[in-house]
Design a protein. Sequence first.
Lengths: 252, 419
Amino acid sequence: MKEEKEKVRSKAKKSASAEGLVVLKGVSKFYKMGDTTVTALDKLDLTIKTGELLSVMGPSGSGKSTLLNIIGCIDSPNDGHVSIGGRDVSKLKDSELTKIRLTEIGFIFQQFYLIPTLTAYENIELPMREARLSHEDRLKRVRELLSLVGLTDREKHYPNQLSGGEQQRVAIARALANKPLLILADEPTGELDTKTAMRIIELLKELNRKQGITVIIVTHDPRVANETNRIITLQDGAVLGDSPPLAQKEGN
Amino acid sequence: MMNLKNIMRRGGRTTMTVIAVATSMALLISMQAISDGLLQNARDTIDKSKVDISISVTDGHGIEDGHTMMTTLKTDPRVRYAGIYMTEYIAFKKPGTTKQMWAITEGIVPSETKPLLPPGELDRFPKDNTLGFKESGDPHFVNNFTGSWTFEVLIDKNIGSALGLKKGDPILISRTATGPYMTFNVSGIFDSQLTGGGLAAKLYFMTMHLSELQTLTGNDIFKDANGSRVVDRIDEVSLALQSDLRTVKDKVVAYQKELEAKYPFYQVDTKMDRLVRMEQQMTIVKGFFLAIGGVSLMIGLLFVTCIMFMSILERTNEIGMLRAIGISKGTIFLQILTESMIIVIIGAAIGIIPGYLGSIWGSDYIKSTVGTTENLVLFHIPSVAQLFVEVILLGGLMSLLPAWRAMSIDIIKSLKRVK
């Protein structure tokens, strides 16, 4: 585990600028809806350092998902600059962004989005196949990840044979497949009961703590946000608050 | 593996699509087998023919002085056999009955026609005398159609069974529907290519001495107010060349040119010319058959395209997720293309078996319906292989659009899309 942590950190160090792993400067995003223009992000500045565990909160339409999409390189800003691992991704080609998503970013979705026809093993293996890892390397890595998320005995199970919590664990393992610097989780506990949700958050915390992976969680749930080290609150596309959770403040 | 699993995920729909492609492929193969068979049959007929050069006219008025022309050409040392003939529609009936029927009647000079018939054709005629005629020559032609009549006629099996006639029976024959009828004698019964029953059971053929048919139909002597003259009109002169000449294409063509110069108003064709003309005609027939199969195939392949579009629509979230986690556009494109191609390949491969069975059934059906005894269907493995490859390529082409659509999916919209 220590070795894994070192690998991730050295990868991040190599690529991240001195300012942070993710740096957004004056990022604006707006959408045209008929004659009106909706501003999703308004000249937003944000820096996220390597190894941070943070949550993004805010009411619906505050720009949380847009922020996550831009950091995740599946959307681009209309204005401003986005840097991931020290590289300005604002103007990269689609193929370059795809490669960044494959190797440097891990996505976790609210609806898990596992391929129903593939087993847990095959779902986790999918990004590794795309990254052209050898069969032996894939086998070793999938087994490691299944062990990490506690699903060693579920590798041959199909998604419909797994509980919601187990499916999300498979999704987390898939997000970790190519050893990303950053994990983006969009409402990862939205479809889970409280007990399972907290287990998932614990798993993400453990990944952050033990492997040094930067984790950004978009959530509506204050209990989830309170488990992170930093809470970014958005409103109308701008940062309304950026502080440690209440529990930490009180502890301090 | 993932492609196969995705296809199996929609088992019922996939099965229907495979059946659609297989049915189209089967129909296409059957159509191809029939058109290939017809072409091969026609080629074989020309190949087996002993006629190296034919002289005919295209305006329908016939060649004049037919007997003289045949006699002249026979004296050419390059000519081995020369035959002349004409074809007319002739009315006939059984004595004592009123039911009048019509037969396609060929006038020949038996002794000259016999050597020109290939073995298969010869077998259809009676073995006695010359093709069944007691008079081997054309006695009525003597002295400009003043020679004696033989009143010999060969009838085909269909006439024999329709009227209950046999060798030696009298038969009434006329050039017009209203008569007058002349009494001929059935000198033999022959087997035409269309005496296998079915529709051909209503097709009747007769053969008689050329000069008698000419006189019956007014093609012997032309008469008007100014008097009369012998026209001796025929349809075609057939020549079999000497064996050392007929196999050398250049020599045959040189002789053809010579004949064209000698008979500028007639059309002189070599075997090759007849083959080319026949192939041109058969190309139209083949085009028609393949168009039927092609339309069916396009429907089958459109089925695949539609199914793939439906599949993409259902898997929008999944494809969006794959793009989000870094799966490239190329991989998505290939995945959809492969899934589509698997369906096309399986369907096309399955379609070969019913296609083969269909061509056999088609052959039997045509034989029984038309009544021909000829084999009209050719199941040619290289043609089927070529068709298979063409269908797969076409299937690939039809799959490009859904694959492109999947590749171009908007990640954010597709992830937001509610199933």
